[in-house]
Write a protein that binds this ligand. Structure first.
Ligand code: NOJ
Length: 714
């Protein structure tokens, strides 16, 4: 449809029909077979109201979408198709590793492929929009939703958020005809990842400097990549819930970030303004959210029951209403829904079996997401070795993670299943599902450990313990899991611990007794196969931590990119009192952002800095060599420190990275280019600019052992 036609359609709409377009409900509202029961009755909604709504969220099958759309179009006067949205976060039916795991790959291309494959499966099931990517900046693993994030570094997160948007949407202008892609909704705008004390939905108080410097860039990246929707967050920011926060939505999102698509609330967040006590009733809640700039009301009846009356009493607001409705129509048009409301669902040839191809990608993604944190000459396993496999995750199929509502647990390959295909003597001690380690289990495990060459202990969180509303005050493994690792390690020192989790955990108690530690996260449908390939050395672990693993919960919130302080701790002043340090713990994380090793290694052989006057571009050339006899993949990381700044800045921050495959004995020169823009930062006037001065550059394969390269002048 041409823009003119969209305007003509808008002009044809009654006030009630316009308001209806701004309402999003779940599919169960439609499952009444014509009778007003269930949620319709509970919400005291009429059928007339139902057949003017604009969107549905959370359908499961193509048949369901087809039936609802058909029923809707038959009853609605203007026949504006519904737009169907869903949480397709790390896959639809085939589940990929959780986003935090994918971030560990440091691989934009991989993330783009994963998003594309997820879009394809979801589109086949009738989904038009995914509530992904999550662009929240995170520093606190107590918050369970770090699982959905790209970790603690805003530069890495921005690159990956942008990759997700490209993968889901493809070429935005082709979205109308390319029914294999779907629209993306970036969330949760803004500050949702910074709840006080890591408690989900809790207060957020952020300085503007911090907001602009670290919390907005990933949203900006999504918008630059053409994201179609933005979801506002549940939290307050500096006292005002974002869902009612005019400054955040109008000034920051619309004006500063230049977003011109559709703004949707989070689930029920408009009505929650009453619980926040910034609105005394539904009328006030709807008015506050609407005036602030929230356009679509997800799962509340506030807009549906209030906005028409509000516009009658304040006609000046109709312009705002028209603008919001236009954004909804535009989204539907961008998706090609006016031409085909079923978006290809009745094309015979759409129903190709994607499973095999997508599962392969899921396995590759898992192989590239698992982080090897420690390896004292134990891995890879050797063929014929006698291996004990114990612990709650040994045979568990609970490897999908929080957002796998369509993915089937039965279709998961467990660690035991993956390892059983390998040429080792595998001895598994199954773990009673959902139970804690009993004394009997512990004894059997110790017995088995003694009789084997290597012990693999598979431990971690259940999917119920990670994700939304799973905040924690303790991040250690459960006491029984720690006890299990410690007990077997006294009988057999060859312990490999595999951690399955949706967040960084505190591993201080078990790290000393494990020869190898692998972080598998929630690796998805093919987790067991991927891990087996890695454990056997058929694939090399190549991921790096996207979020630091603290030594103690008391270090949180934590980021490796700490700002300079007036009393920094240095190598020389370790024992002094009046410096910025803890009395009972080191400052640094146990395993920092960027940490991870493989089975091979390489060395930084030579570096050179060069400046091109004409393009004002600095080039850093790093020659790295694999001196070993095994092939090796590494992630070369470049960090910088601005030597003199207007506001306090990080002691080091990631600027560029590259994954490099180096065959045994070979070397390669990797070039990184920088312009002044790469070193711009937010100043106290909230503007992004760079200062004249020097920048120190550091390079490494892991951010705790960086090599100082030199200074460049910008
Ligand atoms: C609430 C969550 O915060 C959000 O991320 C999700 O997209 C919506 N529910 C819809 O399910």
């Amino acid at each position: 449809m041409k823009e003119k036609q969209l305007h003509a359609l808008l002009n044809e709409m009654t006030l009630a029909e316009k308001v209806g377009q701004l309402v999003q409900l779940t599919p169960d509202f439609f499952a009444q077979g014509g009778e007003i029961t269930g949620p319709l009755q509970e919400w005291q909604m009429t059928e007339e109201q139902l057949f003017i709504i604009g969107s549905v969220l959370g359908t499961h099958t193509a048949q369901q979408v087809y039936a609802i759309q058909k029923q809707y179009l038959a009853k609605s006067r203007l026949k504006i198709p519904l737009v169907f949205m869903a949480d397709v976060i790390h896959g639809y039916e085939t589940i990929f590793p959780i986003p935090l795991a994918l971030a560990a790959s440091f691989d934009e291309k991989l993330v783009e492929q994963v998003a594309e494959a997820s879009a394809e499966e979801a589109a086949e099931a009738g989904v038009h929009v995914t509530f992904s990517p999550m662009a929240d900046h995170v520093k606190d693993a107590r918050w369970g939703r770090v699982l959905e994030s790209n970790g603690e570094d805003p530069t890495l997160s921005s690159a990956l958020v942008s990759a997700y948007v490209r993968g889901y949407q493809g070429d935005k202008d082709l979205l109308a005809t390319n029914h294999k892609r779907i629209a993306a909704c970036v969330k949760h705008f803004v500050g949702y990842g910074a709840p006080e004390a890591g408690r989900d939905y809790h207060t957020v108080d952020l300085s503007e400097l911090e907001l602009y410097q670290n919390y907005l860039p990933a949203f900006h990246a999504a918008i630059d990549a053409g994201v179609q929707l933005v979801m506002t967050s549940f939290n307050t920011i500096n006292g005002i819930p974002v869902t009612a926060n005019k400054k955040m939505i109008q000034e920051v999102l619309r004006e500063k970030l230049e977003f011109n698509g559709l703004v949707i609330s989070d689930w029920g967040a408009v009505a929650e303004l009453i619980a926040h006590r910034v609105a005394e009733n539904r009328e006030a809640a709807a008015e506050k959210a609407f005036r602030a700039g929230v356009e679509m009301d997800m799962m509340s009846d506030c807009y549906l029951n209030v906005l028409e009356q509000l516009i009658h009493s304040t006609p000046a607001l109709e312009k705002m209403l028209d603008q919001a409705v236009f954004h909804v129509l535009q989204l539907k048009n961008n998706l090609g829904l006016f031409e085909d409301p079923y978006r290809g669902l009745n094309d015979q040839n759409l129903s190709v079996n994607l499973a095999a191809k997508t599962r392969r990608l899921s396995r590759e993604a898992a192989e590239q997401s698992v982080v090897l944190l420690k390896n004292d000459h134990l891995l890879p396993l050797k063929t014929k070795q006698k291996v004990a496999l114990i612990g709650p995750k040994a045979t568990s199929k609970d490897l999908l993670g929080a957002w796998s509502w369509i993915g089937k647990t039965e279709a998961v390959v467990s660690l035991q299943e993956g390892l059983s295909t390998k040429d080792i003597q595998l001895n598994t001690l199954p773990y009673p599902d959902g139970e804690e380690v009993t004394e009997e289990y512990l004894q059997k495990a110790c017995h088995l450990a003694e009789a084997c060459d290597v012990v693999i202990v598979a431990v971690g969180e259940t999917s119920e313990e990670a994700g939304e509303a799973t905040s924690l005050t303790k991040l250690e493994l459960s006491r029984n899991q720690e006890k299990l690792i410690q007990a077997v390690s006294t009988l057999n020192p060859n312990v490999v611990t595999i951690i399955f989790s949706g967040r960084p955990l505190v591993l201080s108690a078990i790290e000393p007794v494990c020869k190898s530690i692998l972080v598998a996260w929630f690796p998805g449908s093919e987790g067991g196969n991927a891990l087996a390939n890695l454990l056997m050395g058929e694939k090399e672990p190549q991921a790096r931590l996207p979020m630091s693993f603290p030594r103690a919960v008391g270090q949180l919130p934590y980021t490796y990119a700490q700002l300079s302080t007036g009393r920094p701790q240095t190598k020389e002043n370790q024992d002094q009192k009046y410096i910025s340090r803890y009395m009972d713990e080191k400052n640094e994380a146990l395993f920092s952002f960027g940490a991870g090793i493989g089975y091979g290694s390489c060395i930084l052989k030579e570096t050179a800095l060069d400046f091109d006057d004409q393009t004002a571009t600095h080039t850093l050339a790093c020659t790295i060599k694999n001196p070993t006899s095994v092939d090796h993949t590494t992630i070369l990381q470049v960090y910088s420190r601005d030597d003199q700044t207007e506001v306090a800045r990080p002691m080091r921050e990631l600027k560029k990275w590259q994954k490099v495959f180096l065959p045994a004995g070979k070397e390669q020169t990797i070039r990184f280019q920088f312009t002044e823009h790469d070193f711009a930062y937010i100043h106290s006037d909230l503007l992004l600019k760079s200062d004249v001065g020097t920048i120190s550059l550091f390079v490494g394969f892991d951010n705790t052992s960086l090599t100082f390269i030199g200074k460049i002048t910008i």
